[in-house]
Structures are given as structure tokens and as C-alpha cells.
Design a binder for this molecule. Sequence first.
Ligand code: GLN
Length: 435
Amino acid sequence: MRVHSLISDYLHEIMTDSSSSEGGTVADYIPELKKMDPNLLGIALCTLNGHLYSTGDDTAPFTIQSMSKPFVYAAALKEHGLDKVLDVVDVEPSGEAFNELSLDDETGRPLNPMINAGAIAVNQLILGEEAAVEDRIAHIRDFFSRLAGRELEINQRVADSEIEHADRNLSLAHMLRSYEVIQDSAHDAVRGYIEQCSIEVTVRDLAVMAATLAGGGTQPVTGERILSPAVARQVQAVMASAGMYDAAGRWMTTVGIPAKSGVSGGMLGTMPGQLGLATFSPPLDKKGNSVAGARIFQNLSQDMGLHLMSTEPYGIQTVRSIRTARNYTVVRLQGYINFAAAERFVSRIGEAKIKTKSFVLELARVSGVNGVGRRMMLEELRRIRNSGVEVWIFDPENVLPDPDLGDGTYPRKQSRRAAFALLDDLRRSASTPTE
Ligand code: GLN
């Protein structure tokens, strides 16, 4: 409860700070959207263990619009696999507006699934070429409902209103047909796409849907595995490079959160392995992104250290200590052992030069080891062993299972009791800390 109000209060503070300077205009090219209240403002954040925090107008419904694109792309990848989908739509950032009339010169393929041309083509993949628009839409609505963890509905008024003003999207569909990228009539193709854009959500729904991507495909609240980690990764990678259209480069450098915006004023973002985020505020900037939403994302990124390219998580000292006592050299590691961390370990050992009879590697504070980290650690242990030193490991959490040194031999395992006795000994003896 305490944690809950702490985080909700924090979100509220960020929201109020970010909304202070006004600006932007509500989308008007879809007449129904023009009716939205420009003062609505909400934020939601969902962690991978399914904790959902929100504040402001967090139950106000709005149409998902372009934020549907990453999820229909995910559905197509799930249905057809990456190769087939890549045959139809590329993954290159276009640096152009969402409704730009552009296709690859040679292949006729849309540049990516986040621009309208790409999204119209991806919509056509759902349930295959022969499917009826109604069936595709029913399938997409059902899929989105599983992602949100509740039954979502289509706002038919918004859909009808957009269809009446769809010349731009119709021209895109005609172009796609001329290159034989889609088979449906232009009208059917656009109707399917527009209905997918008219599914109604709240910021809370979007945060959970985003967290499903961030968590590698498992819906964090219902626990349902909906996508494979490979699909979740693909979708987020495309969002990172093309999600913000012609603002993608600036967005990645300043905010650093894979994100997708919609002309209804919603915005969603994913921090892979951490959380899903969503905001809602209808006034848009010239590029079609919510003004307050962009500001909230920027503030959250800075304040919470959420930038994708931030090196913070790896800033922890990998080598906690190197100490010697009697015949032992004890090296204690901590944190997550990736390439950079293992590299630090190896170079520190190289500098320290082991002169004792035994070498103990203590992994009690290591939270995990990736593939390259594991290979490097085992290789280093083998090198030490080959120099005539007896090698032990203390690995109570089993972060380094089956530590084969590469030649079928294993380091000796230190028992918990022996390890603690040794550490105690180290603490008391006049050891020479080297760190
Ligand atoms: N349905 C809208 C369109 O195609 C979606 C655009 C958007 O949200 N960027 O124009």
C-alpha cells in the first residue's frame, strides 16, 4: 500500500510538472477526434510483476490509433514468422511523417510497419490474404483484449468518421495494390486498418500492453504468455528506430524509450526488462505527438534513469574485493556478469597476479551471468588452474551451473560452511586488501 501511494504520488507530481506549459492542438483531420477534451491528462506505469500504477484521467477511453501498429505487427509476426513479414514490410526508419506516400523504390515494400503504408500492409497479413475484413478485425480486437487483460471495443463513431476522410490512406492503399503488396480492394484494406485504429483503450490498458512487450511477451497481470521473446524484441526494436516517425532520432537521443504515439493523444513506451508506460493528453505537436505526453516521457526518462542507452545498470563495481589470507586468494564478484563485467574481472585478476596455493571465486552476490560472461569467467578459471593454482568456487545461488572448465574438469566447490569460515578468517586476519 505504501509503495503504491508512493509511486502514484510520484507519477502525479511528474504529471503536474509536465502539464504546466501548454501548447499543441487536438487532431482535427478525423472530425470525431476534434471533440476530445484537450484537458484530459493521465499516466500509467506497469511493472513486469504486474503492478499497475496510474494517476489523472486514467479511466478515460480514447482510440488507440497508431499505437495499434506495434501490436498488429506482433500479431503478424506470431502468425507468419519474421521472414514472411519481412517480405512484405521492411524495418528501416523512414524519417518521414506517419502518412507519407513512400515505398521502397525497387521492391515497393513500405519502409517499416509504423508508418501508415506499412501498417496497412501488415493488417492484410492477419488471417491471410483470403480473410474477410470482419474476421481480421475480430481477430485483432480479440488479440488486443488479451494483451490488455479485458474485453476492448471498437469506437464505431470514430471509425466511420475517419473512413469518410480517408483520401490519404486510400491513396496509400492504391499504391500498395499497384505494387501487389496487398490484394484487398483499397477500400477494404483501409477499412480494416482504420477499425484497428478505433479500438478503445485507457492509459492503464496501454501500460499493461506495453509491459507485455517489455517483459518478452508475457502479459504481466494475467500471466498469459502471448508472444515469444523474439517477437517482443523485434517489435520493440522497430519501435525504437521508427516509432516516432520523423522525430525518431531526436526521441532516441533525448528520451531513449522505445515508444509509439497516436493522433488521439496517447503515447506508450517500453523499457525492455523493466516496465511499460503510457500517457494520454490530446493536444499534439506538428509531428502528431502528444505535447504533454512527450514532456512526461522526457521527465520520467531523466528522473528514473530510463534511457535505453544509459550505462547505469552496469556501473556497479564487478570486482567487490580481492583479498589474500594464508594460502588463499579470494575474489568476490557482484552484480550481473555481462561482457563488460567479465572483462573487468579478467583484467583485475591479470593485474593482481595470483601467488597463493588456492584461488576462491565467490559468486554469492552475483545476480546473473550471460553467455559471454560465463565463457570468459570459465576461461579465466582454467587459465589460473593451469598456472598451478588450485581453483575453488563458492556459488550458493548456482549462477554458474555446470562450470566445466572447457576440458571436462571442474573447479572445486566450496561448501557454505567452509566459505563462511574462510571469509570470517579473512575479515579477522591481517589480510592485504587490494581493493
Ligand atoms: N488512424 C490514423 C491515420 O491513419 C492514425 C494515425 C496516427 O495515430 N498517427 O491517420
